[in-house]
Structures are given as structure tokens and as C-alpha cells.
Design a protein around this ligand. Structure first.
Ligand SMILES: NC(=O)c1ccc[n+]([C@@H]2O[C@H](COP(=O)([O-])OP(=O)(O)OC[C@H]3O[C@@H](n4cnc5c(N)ncnc54)[C@H](OP(=O)(O)O)[C@@H]3O)[C@@H](O)[C@H]2O)c1
Length: 342
């Protein structure tokens, strides 16, 4: 196995101050995908520390086991529920959703669709979809659909429930969603080129696929926001975050898979921020009492927003438009072979 890369030393600038502003989350239940490492781990620890019962949705692995043990030993008073959920399999997601539903008779306050992979090889999941699109978006779409009833219960009982999606600066890579990325074409979606510049011209390769998934995360947020409003579900919020460039295991996995060089990962990270600072955007989406549905949180807007204090801004027109929203919803329902009625 190839090595990852030597991570530079970075210091958190905002995390310690910002977490002190989080209100008590006692009585709330929050589910987060992908908490074995990185932003998901920080987010799970942070909301649990503020009192939330925290449901961890991870695929089975030693990382999953070890990270749960670490969370329990760091926060022995907190309530963690670990549920197996492999986002590369719709069957696994459906099983996980049933278990979450059983745990949430009093509602689910936040679902944080955090887990993700970046610029991996052109391969298919067991369901036939691109490994990146199914992990990063399609399975989260299915999970949200399956957990919608318990989100509605929390909204009714406590006046607020949220779906939080995790996008990226990579949403700017190709500003137009394309139907083929949502189809059973895994392994036949542009090949394994890892060249970012080539991807930006040809719209092909690992980075083009990643960009489509992160655009999908933002477009899904826009769809849900619109549907919540149209259905009069004003206590339900659809929010999206991006972490800038945050030093997690995301880049390590990409380097190991041949998606970028160790040198490039290190150079990128020198201009990035810690995973704690990177986690603040999703944390704010889950906990900011003033958050308005249809809002984006991140360390700034635009291609250069790699680090900094979290700000909020409106959803952007290149995915919050009729064509993109209709395509996203139609192709995602086709992929999971079910309607998602809001
Ligand atoms: N870090 C950044 O600079 C950056 C920038 C923009 C956006 N993001 C987004 O932030 C999110 C979190 O990434 P991160 O930076 O924290 O990366 P990370 O440290 O690599 O964490 C990714 C998490 O996703 C999980 N995951 C991957 N495939 C999965 C699957 N099939 N089923 C269930 N869980 C799976 C991983 O679990 P395993 O241990 O099982 O692999 C891990 O817990 C991603 O959506 C990413 O696109 C990150």
C-alpha cells in the first residue's frame, strides 16, 4: 500500500471560541454519517459534549470500532449509538435507517449527511453507481428519505429539525449537473485521470466526478428547502456546509488511491485549516439557533474560501435553479427506485 502524506502542523484558530457559543443540546438526537475520522469525528464529539444523544452511522471497520471506543472514553457521560451503515450499499442504508427510526420514537433533531470520499478510481458500487456519487450523495438522499418521518416528529415536538449536507469548494468544478453521473454507469464514467487541470477542461476523470457529487449535495439542499417551504414545513430546515480545505483523512485516502500526489496534498494543506476549524460549518448548521433554511455555511464563499471564520450566505443560482433541482430530484429517485414525497 502506498503511503499517505506528511501532514503539516496547523493550529486551530476558531474552534475553542466557537464551541463555547453552542447552546445546550440536552434532549436532542443527532445522527451523523462518517464519524470514524476527520470532520465527522469532531462534529460527533462536539454535539455529544453539548448534551445530544449522538447516532454514529459508519460502515463496519476497525476505524469504526476504535473511534467509538475513543469517543466513549473521552466522553464517558455521553450517549452514543453506533449503527452500521455502508453508504456504498442501498440495502445497508435501508437497514440502518430502520434501526435509527426504532431509536427515534421521539424524533430526530438533525441528520448530518457528512461522510464522503474524494477523487477515487472509476469503480461501481454493488448497486452499479459511481462509488463517489453513491457514497457522497445518492445514499444520503435515500437516508434522508427514510428518516424524513422521524425528522418531522422532532420538528413537531420541539419546533426545529434539520437536514445538513456537506458540500465543498469543488462544487465550482463543473457548475452544471449532468444526468449520467446519477445513473448505473459506475466504472464507465470518465476513467482514472487524476489531473485537476485536465478535469476542468475535459470534465472527465476523478475530480470531475467528485465535483458532480459536491454540486449534488448543494442542489439537494436547494431542493429540500424548496419542498419544505412548499409543504408548509417551516420547522424543518435544509442547510449545507463546506469546510474549506481541512486537514482530515480525506486527502490521505485520495493519495493512497492515486487521486493526487503526496506533494500536492501537503502543499494544499499548508493553505488549509485544522479539521476542528473545518468542522465548525457543519456544527453551526446543526446547532445555530438562528439558522434559516436554505442557507450555506462555510469559511467564506467562492473558490478561494479555504480557511477562516464561518460565515453564512445564500444558496447559489448555478444549482438553485429549476433545471438543476428537477434533474437532481428525478435522477436521485430513479436511482433509489422510489419516490421521495415531502
Ligand atoms: N477535508 C476537506 O478539506 C474537505 C473539503 C471539502 C469537503 N469535505 C467534505 O467533508 C466530508 C467529511 O470528510 P473529511 O474531510 O472529514 O474526510 P475523512 O476524514 O476521510 O472522513 C470521511 C468519513 O466518511 C466515511 N465514509 C467513507 N466512505 C463511507 C461509506 N461507504 N460508508 C460510510 N462511511 C463512509 C469515512 O469512514 P471510513 O473510515 O469507513 O472510510 C470517514 O468516517 C466529506 O463529505 C467531504 O467531501 C472535506
Amino acid at each position: 500500500m502506498k503511503k499517505g502524506y506528511n501532514k503539516p502542523n496547523l493550529k486551530s484558530l476558531y474552534y475553542d471560541v466557537e464551541v463555547k457559543k453552542i447552546p445546550s443540546l440536552n434532549g436532542k438526537t443527532i445522527a451523523i454519517t462518517g464519524t470514524t475520522t476527520g470532520i465527522g469525528y469532531v462534529a460527533a464529539k462536539t454535539v455529544a459534549e453539548r448534551g445530544a444523544r449522538t447516532i454514529l452511522l459508519n460502515r463496519k471497520s476497525d476505524r469504526s470500532k476504535t473511534s467509538l471506543e475513543r469517543l466513549k472514553s473521552e466522553l464517558p457521560e455521553s450517549n452514543f449509538e453506533n449503527i452500521e451503515c455502508d453508504l456504498q450499499s442501498f440495502e445497508s442504508v435501508r437497514t440502518a435507517a430502520r434501526k435509527v427510526t426504532d431509536l427515534c420514537i421521539n424524533g430526530l433533531d438533525s441528520l448530518c449527511n457528512n461522510a464522503g470520499i474524494m477523487a477515487l478510481k472509476d469503480t461501481a458500487t454493488v448497486d452499479g453507481f459511481d462509488v463517489q456519487m453513491q457514497t457522497n450523495h445518492l445514499s444520503h438522499f435515500l437516508l434522508t428519505k427514510e428518516l424524513f418521518p422521524v425528522l418531522k416528529i422532532a420538528a413537531e415536538l420541539r419546533g426545529d429539525a434539520r437536514v445538513v449536507n456537506h458540500s465543498s469548494i469543488a462544487r465550482y468544478g463543473d457548475k452544471k449537473l449532468k444526468a449520467e453521473y446519477f445513473e448505473k454507469r459506475g466504472g464507465n464514467l470518465g476513467g482514472d485521470s487524476s489531473n485537476m487541470i485536465v478535469a476542468s477542461i475535459t470534465r472527465k476523470g476523478r475530480w470531475a466526478r467528485y465535483s458532480q457529487t459536491k454540486l449534488a449535495n448543494a442542489a439537494f439542499t436547494a431542493c429540500l428547502h424548496e419542498k419544505f417551504q412548499q409543504a408548509g414545513l417551516h420547522n424543518l430546515k435544509s442547510l449545507v456546509a463546506h469546510p474549506g480545505v481541512a486537514m482530515s483523512d480525506l486527502q490521505t485516502t485520495t493519495v493512497k488511491d492515486g487521486g493526487m500526489s503526496a506533494w500536492l496534498a501537503r502543499q494544499m494543506m499548508k493553505n488549509g485549516q485544522t479539521m476542528e476549524d473545518g468542522a465548525l460549518a457543519v456544527i453551526k448548521c446543526m446547532t445555530d439557533e438562528d439558522a434559516q433554511s436554505g442557507t450555506f455555511y462555510g469559511p467564506g464563499k467562492g473558490l478561494m474560501a479555504a480557511k477562516g471564520k464561518v460565515v453564512s450566505f445564500d444558496l447559489e443560482k448555478f444549482y438553485d435553479n429549476r433545471q438543476a433541482k428537477d434533474l437532481l430530484w428525478r435522477k436521485s429517485c430513479e436511482a433509489i427506485e422510489q419516490d421521495f414525497i415531502v
